[in-house]
Design a protein around this ligand. Structure first.
Ligand code: ZN
Length: 291
């Protein structure tokens, strides 16, 4: 099976480290991921730079990325202001994100799910030329509310479908959801809305993410997010574990006979560079103090 991996290190990974990696180092990591064969990279989020200083250079990142015909750079926005910034920066593939959990939505986006969805619907309609896809964070488990009912998840998915969005990423933001429960929820949504394209975004608190990937592939899911080095978390989801590591995912998929288009040795070099960039980077505290 051909599996498409989106590496989210530059966004999900770097938003949760306590350093600010310089733009040039982010761009070098992107170049190395592309050299390894990664064709879809989430490179920035257009969120409040005061809340997430690690992403304050989102515009500069987009300005510095090499345009490659077969490479998609994605970014993330939580509201109209973020989407406008992303479009102005030249972003073509924008993830609009809401939480399946009311409490996480309030913490992460400062508004309820319904407010977030209504706002996104209006703004998405204003940019017909943009490739929007949706991310549903805390799709299965919320740090504040516990288990998310699949029926509730489906309502959020259908709200995005109503906006004309047909690609939906389901995120286990905490990384604690068991394979059984994740797959039950994915299967429920898939049965109810079989014509949408789904991807899974798994964090990996208990080492169960690879089992979930395998089970999801048997349901027909072929798109997964992961972050090089297993970096990541969520600043607004206490206890969120790191992402499923891209190198682990690639090794697992190749061992199972799937094709990712990614070279493991070159990927290892990208991982080494990225780890170095985090090690070298100035502390978040020093960066915040200068703003
Ligand atoms: Zn994540």
């Amino acid at each position: 099976m051909q599996i498409e991996i989106t590496d989210v290190f530059l966004r999900d990974g770097l938003q949760d480290v306590d350093v600010v990696v310089p733009t040039a180092e982010k761009l070098e990591t992107a170049a190395r991921l592309i050299a390894a064969g990664v064709r879809r990279l989430e490179v920035a989020s257009f969120v409040n730079p005061k809340k997430v200083p690690q992403m304050a250079d989102a515009e500069a990142v987009f300005a510095g990325l090499a345009v490659r015909e077969n490479v998609a750079y994605t970014s993330l926005a939580l509201n109209g202001r973020g989407i406008q910034r992303a479009v102005d920066a030249g972003a073509e593939h924008i993830a609009v994100v809401t939480s399946a959990s009311q409490a996480h939505s309030n913490a992460n986006a400062g508004q309820s799910i319904e407010e977030a969805l209504a706002g996104l619907g209006e703004v998405v309609a204003r940019f017909p030329g943009t490739d929007f896809f949706a991310g549903v964070s805390t799709a299965f488990t919320c740090p504040f509310e516990g288990e998310i009912a699949p029926e509730h998840l489906l309502r959020v998915v259908r709200a995005f479908k109503a906006m004309g969005i047909t690609t939906i990423g389901l995120a286990d933001t905490l990384g604690t959801t068991s394979t059984e429960r994740a797959i039950a929820a994915v299967g429920y949504v898939l049965d109810a809305e079989p014509d949408l394209d789904y991807s899974l975004h798994l964090h990996n608190a208990h080492g169960q993410a690879l089992a979930t990937v395998s089970a999801a592939i048997s349901l027909g899911i072929t798109r997964f997010d992961s972050a090089l080095g297993g970096y990541g978390g969520c600043p607004f989801a206490p206890g969120a574990a790191g992402n499923l590591a891209t190198e682990e995912l690639v090794r697992h998929l190749h061992a199972a006979g799937h094709d990712t288009g990614i070279d493991e040795a070159q990927l290892a070099e990208a991982v080494a560079f990225a780890r170095g960039s985090v090690t070298r980077a100035p502390a978040l505290s020093s960066f915040s103090a200068s703003h």
